[in-house]
Design a protein around this ligand. Structure first.
Ligand SMILES: [Zn+2]
Length: 307
């Protein structure tokens, strides 16, 4: 709903496709979030390690959002001890998506064949999933990271924290100029009345799947990803959730951040810099409050405190 969403003319392929397969025994979701990851890369000037880690995380977050309803929201945090620092992504049931990495310029040595070593860039730590479904305290679950490669960390999260056996594939293809050539993902989940045979099959369904990012780079759609994975299990498509890059920051919200600093801190900011400047972690939008703005905020705080 942020103003950034309105001028986003990104293509029709940016959506989550959702459905079932094997007569309703498996839930399937697939996503193309290429242009949104490219938008974030451009805003943060991300290097390939950050692009790969965040693109994968945002693909999973978009699919988690598509599993929600109405105004429900989901936040994914990957807190590792690697050079990328924290990875954060927000999604919701309306298809809004945003995210950032603490250190977008972090670099690590790659695997042989120049394959990005995302696991080393993320490090050891935890994956957190926080769902806000509008009922007071948000629901939160977490698991230790297995590899930091993200897809298997999400599969582990679904199995351990939500008791839902799942297969997850995520992929980002970074071009030679560091722009994002493709980014997307696939989640397969066993539904409660799945047969044992299907449960055993699930573990092998991703084995022969071509990389998600190459399916998308070749012009494929989220449905093509699903066909490649479970095409022989008669997938049925329920709906598509269009995605947009959008941030909830605003000048008004920034004022609340300044109010929280307190009058003393604000006065010393004015003395040092003559203004206050805030940059949004998510979208890099900059909000500048000049001397008069900051004085008005100080006045507002002190008036409320009855000074
Ligand atoms: Zn923002």
């Amino acid at each position: 709903m942020g103003k950034l969403g309105q001028d986003n003319s990104s293509g029709l392929n940016e959506y989550v496709a959702q459905g079932t397969a094997a007569n309703g025994q498996i839930r399937v979701l697939a996503v193309d979030n290429t242009k949104i990851v490219e938008e974030v890369r451009r805003r943060h000037q991300m290097l390939p390690w950050a692009s790969a880690a965040l693109g994968r995380t945002m693909a999973a977050t978009a699919m988690l959002g598509a599993m929600l309803k109405d105004n429900d929201k989901v936040t994914v945090q990957i807190v590792g001890d690697g050079p990328l620092g924290q990875i954060v992504a927000d999604g919701d049931a309306q298809g809004n998506l945003r995210g950032y990495v603490s250190n977008p310029h972090a670099e690590v040595p790659n695997h042989s064949g120049n394959k990005l070593n995302v696991g080393a860039a993320v490090g050891e730590g935890h994956l957190f999933v926080i769902r806000d479904i509008g009922l007071g305290e948000p629901y939160s679950g977490s698991v230790p990271l297995i590899s930091g490669e993200i897809a298997e960390d999400f599969a582990n999260y679904f199995a351990r924290s939500e008791q839902t056996p799942s297969a997850v594939a995520l992929g980002v293809l970074v071009d030679v100029d560091y722009s994002i050539k493709a980014s997307g993902g696939l989640i397969l989940q066993l539904l409660p009345d799945a047969s044992e045979g299907i449960a055993i099959m699930l573990e092998h369904m991703l084995k022969d799947l071509p990389p998600i990012s190459s399916i998308l780079a070749d012009g494929g759609t989220p449905e093509d990803i699903i066909e490649a994975a479970v095409g022989d299990l008669e997938p049925k498509y329920l709906h598509q959730l269009p995605l947009r890059f959008s941030c909830t920051c605003s000048r008004k919200r920034g004022e609340a951040t300044l109010v929280a600093l307190g009058p003393e801190e604000l006065r010393s900011l004015l003395e040092d810099e003559g203004q206050a400047k805030l940059t949004c972690h998510f979208c890099q939008e900059e909000y500048v409050y000049d001397q008069r703005d900051v004085e008005a905020i100080i006045h507002q705080i002190t008036a409320q405190a009855g000074e």
